[in-house]
Design a protein around this ligand. Structure first.
Ligand code: NAG
Ligand code: NAG
Ligand code: NAG
Ligand code: NAG
Ligand code: NAG
Ligand code: NAG
Ligand code: NAG
Ligand code: NAG
Ligand code: NAG
Ligand code: NAG
Ligand code: NAG
Ligand code: NAG
Length: 855
């Protein structure tokens, strides 16, 4: 027994593929025809047999009392009732994958990621092949996050219809074969987080063959053992390539000049390797690039000025290389740059004011450990974030690191504008002058001024009271005073005490008095001028900007966030009803639960999205507020227009509180469905960037006085084409089964449509395993439609029919209208993203239905 187990472990997954492919080769002669639905059932049972541990009892439904199409994780085709997808994700399953899976002749998708499958298969595999067995339809293969081992299956290249191959975070080893170019349709290849490669020469030669995959869009090879040089053929990959991840390998060589060919690239990540040479000038041709990550390599030479051509760039992480020369002023043309990290290079010269002037730089700016000279640019104050702010300045510059340079001069007073700064490191420079008191009042958690040439009194206010929060050691020779634990010499009297000579002598008085008077006059003139200007400019300001609002005002508006004002709660926030301007303006205030992990990110995401959205079917933002509460803790909130009719959810599933007879009619439901689809059409197709809401559900649809629907809660929204925080996005794109996509929204929309017209929640307890709202409706269509629709619609409409129109014909019209709507919901929630309808067409279709019904 034990020895047979050992033997099983020796074999590995590649055998499955050899076997699958062997089967495919036989397809021509035998084909799938020999397989029946019974073959599918047997294959699934064989798969279940090899599962050793099933802690969530996921496979308990796999028994004879249910049809196999209803087993959990199994999806069948609608017509032929054969298995098309096997989806067992994150179920902690332990076991090996039965080769019988290859008998599922109609299988298109295998999702087994995030389990503990390992790469062993039974030794008697040969006997299991009656086999004409085939997997001709396989398009998606997800095996990530398991414990598979062994080499890359050499036969993989024979699954020629494959679109997506995802096997990250396993223990696969060895080389990648050079025949993957056969996978002509391949769009996604993710092999990251394995042990592929030999750390030696030619590990990446397979890239040459991938150049034949003319639809390749995403290639992720990071965190492996790939060695050798970065092949020039990388520039010959499909021009459709959008993301290229090669980080954390052992790749040497240089970035090919031709990299500019990849003109659809928006992520280029080759960090943590041994790449040398310079950044090619042609990088400027990557006009869609958003994220350039080359940190920790051996890249030398100058930063090419052409980088300024990449105007959508949002992140440049080039720290710890050998870059030299000055920072090109052209980088200042990248006005969407949010994070710039050039620390640990050999950059020289003054820091161009154009860089410091980029107002989008809100996440980080690291210029430490270089050889910059000159004084600290006063524009640094432009990187401001007011504690209370307009939406345009949503984000906060939190980290500014300039340590280890040769900066001189004094700390500019404009630094006091950095109202959101949390960490400031100016150590190891040649800064001089006094340490300004305002630093103590910034919300700094860490301040390092050590090893400079400061002089005079160390302030005692604010954070200068907390010895562990700041550092002023080293050659700051002439400093004095400060709090006691610093053990600095006391300051000479002129620094610590007010000048005792209250009355200066007459001569000085004679000089000073006229000056003071003159200044007072000038001030008055200036003040009046300013006033009159304000009157003209404030109107336009109001139009372009969001009003500013303080914590105190919101506290007051919501009755101190009283529970009686609480009208909703989500994962990341509470929503309070509030009244501004002494009750003149009723608003909804969403206060972020900042202690919740991810709440800050969600706030940023929502800020980013709301800033650019304007549509009648979106909840209208009035302003946002990021400041400190009275206890000095972070406080972040949005102020929205109040929606008197609450959420769609409360209408679909009324509690006792809502009056009887306040059900939504068919026409009202249709109109709400159109509103929501219009909102999706807008965010998907008509704004600056494609946005995916990603959390569409009836509780996020709010109804105004006229029952016009407004989509709210963009806390999980993601930019698709252009993007703010790609690393975060990457988590969503790669961490989960389905891509964040407009199709994902359409799925939620479809389910919502089904919920709206059946009155049944998708989370209803009757839906278990594979029996979902989608299937429930699908199987009832078309004949049993009246049995499944929300009975209140039928009652209302039939009553109406009796009163006004009557007749069989009208009833048939109602039925056919409901059939079309529900079919629309079923199509939108189709399992395959590309089968779902687009928001634009949904709007059209719903208008058509409404028109037909009202005729
Ligand atoms: C299998 O297919 C046959 C013929 O199409 C059908 O009669 C039978 O009900 C199906 N069995 C299952 C379990 O779906
Ligand atoms: C078969 O599956 C159904 C549905 O999950 C379950 O209720 C039933 O207990 C299972 N029967 C056995 C014998 O496990
Ligand atoms: C993996 O599965 C476990 C168990 O279901 C779950 O807790 C965890 O969140 C999953 N991880 C990912 C990245 O999906
Ligand atoms: C792939 O298919 C070709 C013919 O189509 C065959 O010659 C080759 O042996 C197959 N490779 C594997 C590893 O099955
Ligand atoms: C991965 O595979 C290597 C050898 O192939 C083995 O030494 C190592 O223990 C494996 N790691 C895990 C986590 O299975
Ligand atoms: C790409 O495809 C062409 C035509 O099928 C073939 O001749 C060539 O060898 C392939 N190139 C690579 C690198 O696989
Ligand atoms: C890239 O493609 C061009 C044109 O097809 C070809 O001339 C060049 O040799 C290729 N480069 C590499 C490194 O494969
Ligand atoms: C950058 O843009 C300028 C002006 O549009 C153009 O002349 C230059 O060729 C571009 N450089 C690169 C490398 O694309
Ligand atoms: C880094 O690049 C320089 C040339 O640019 C080269 O001399 C040096 O050997 C490289 N260092 C490493 C560790 O690759
Ligand atoms: C880019 O920046 C340079 C230097 O700051 C400036 O002269 C040039 O006009 C800018 N180009 C564009 C297209 O904004
Ligand atoms: C530092 O600044 C002082 C004047 O403030 C100057 O004399 C000295 O040369 C500077 N040191 C360096 C290393 O630049
Ligand atoms: C301050 O900076 C100096 C020099 O960069 C460093 O040695 C020291 O550890 C830093 N102190 C703190 C508290 O970070």
């Amino acid at each position: 027994m034990a020895s047979s187990n050992m033997f099983r472990r020796v074999l590995n997954l590649s055998l499955i593929y050899s076997w699958l492919l062997f089967a495919m080769n036989c397809r021509g002669s035998v084909g799938a025809a020999g397989f029946t639905n019974e073959t599918d059932r047997q294959a699934l049972l064989a798969f279940k047999d090899l599962i050793q541990e099933d802690p969530f009892a996921t496979l308990s439904s796999w028994n004879d009392s249910l049809h196999f199409c209803e087993w959990k994780g199994v999806t069948c085709g609608r017509q032929h009732q054969r298995v098309t997808a096997l989806r067992l994700v994150s179920q902690n399953l332990v076991g090996s994958v039965s080769p019988q899976i290859g008998r599922l002749a109609f299988l298109r998708k295998i999702h087994l990621h995030n389990n503990s499958f390992h790469g062993t298969i039974p030794p008697d595999i040969g006997h299991l092949f009656p086999l004409g067995l085939t997997l001709p339809n396989l398009k998606y293969l997800y095996l990530g996050g398991n414990k598979f081992s062994g080499p890359f299956p050499p036969s993989m290249a024979n699954t020629s219809g494959l679109l997506l191959l995802s096997m990250p975070r396993n223990n696969f080893t060895g080389p990648i074969p050079s025949n993957l170019g056969n996978l002509r349709d391949l769009e996604f290849l993710r092999l990251n987080g394995n042990q592929f490669g030999s750390s030696k020469l030619n590990d990446l030669s397979f890239i040459g063959s991938l150049t034949n995959c003319s639809n390749l869009r995403k290639l992720k090879l990071s965190e492996n053992q790939f060695g050798g040089v970065l092949p020039g053929s990388i520039a010959n990959l499909s021009s459709k390539l959008e993301t290229l991840w090669l980080g954390s390998n052992k790749i040497s060589g240089s970035i090919p000049q031709e990299i500019g060919n990849l003109n659809n690239l928006y992520v280029l990540a080759i960090d943590h390797n041994m790449i040398s040479g310079s950044i090619p000038e042609s990088i400027g041709k990557l006009s869609k690039l958003q994220k350039l990550q080359i940190v920790i390599n051996n890249i030398s030479g100058k930063i090419p000025p052409s980088i300024g051509n990449i105007t959508g760039l949002s992140l440049v992480d080039a720290a710890d290389n050998m870059l030299e020369g000055t920072i090109p002023a052209e980088l200042g043309n990248c006005t969407k740059l949010q994070a710039l990290d050039l620390g640990g290079n050999r950059l020289t010269g003054v820091i161009p004011e154009q860089i410091i002037g980029i107002s989008s730089l809100t996440l980080r700016l690291y210029l430490d450990l270089n050889e910059f000279t000159g004084s600290l640019p006063s524009q640094v104050g432009n990187l401001k974030n007011l504690g209370v702010f307009a939406l345009g300045d949503c984000q906060v510059l939190e980290y500014l690191d300039l340590h280890g340079n040769l900066l001189d001069g004094a700390i500019p007073s404009s630094l006091d504008q950095l109202k959101g700064i949390q960490q400031l490191d100016l150590s190891q420079n040649n800064l001089s002058g006094q340490i300004p008191e305002f630093l103590g009042k910034l919300p700094l958690m860490r301040l390092n001024l050590s090893h400079n040439m400061f002089e005079g009194e160390v302030p005692k206010v604010g954070m200068f009271n907390n010895i562990s929060a700041f550092s002023v050691v080293g050659k700051n020779m002439k400093i004095c005073g400060g709090i006691q634990p610093l053990h600095l010499p006391a300051c000479p009297i002129k620094f610590s005490k007010k000048n005792k000579r209250l009355f200066p002598d007459k001569t000085i008085l004679l000089i000073i008095l006229p000056i003071v008077l003159l200044l007072a006059c000038l001030f008055l003139i200036f003040y009046r001028l300013k006033k009159s200007q304000q009157r003209t400019s404030s109107a336009s300001l109001l139009e372009n900007q969001y009003p500013k609002i303080t914590y105190a005002e919101l506290l007051h508006a919501t009755n101190e966030f009283s529970p009686s004002n609480l009208i909703g709660e989500g994962r990341y926030g509470y929503v309070f009803k509030g009244s501004l301007n002494s009750g003149e303006h009723i608003v909804a205030v969403k206060v972020l639960k900042l202690q919740e992990h991810g709440a800050n990110k969600s706030f940023m995401a929502e800020c980013d999205v709301l800033r650019i959205l304007r549509h009648r079917n979106l909840v209208k933002i009035i302003t946002a507020c990021s400041s400190l509460d009275f206890q000095g803790k972070d406080f972040k909130a949005f102020v929205f227009e109040f929606m008197p009719n609450g959420s769609l959810d409360s209408w679909l599933h009324p509690t006792q509180a809502r009056e009887q007879g306040s059900n939504l009619t068919l026409v009202q439901r249709l109109s709400i469905a159109i509103d929501v689809a219009s909102a999706l059409d807008y965010i998907h197709h008509h704004c600056e960037m494609t946005i995916c809401h990603y959390d569409l559900k009836p509780s996020n649809i709010l109804l105004d006085d006229d029952l016009c629907a407004h989509v709210g809660d963009f806390g999980l929204a993601r930019f698709l084409s252009a993007n703010t925080n790609l690393s975060n996005n990457a988590h969503f794109k790669y961490g989960m089964g389905e891509e964040v996509s407009t199709e994902a929204d359409m799925y939620s929309y479809g389910i919502m449509l089904l919920e709206m017209f059946t009155g049944t929640r998708p989370t209803d307890s009757t839906f278990i395993d594979n029996f979902s709202l989608h299937n429930y409706v699908k199987f009832a269509l078309p004949d049993r439609v009246m049995e499944i629709v929300d009975s209140t619609i039928v009652l209302e409409e039939v009553e109406g029919l009796n009163r006004n129109r009557g007749g069989e014909g009208e009833f048939a019209k109602l039925k056919s209208c409901l059939q079309i709507i529900l079919r629309l919901g079923v199509i939108c929630s189709a399992e395959l993203p590309h089968e779902r309808m687009d928001s634009k067409n949904v709007v059209k279709e719903l208008h058509r239905i409404t028109k037909a019904y009202n005729e």
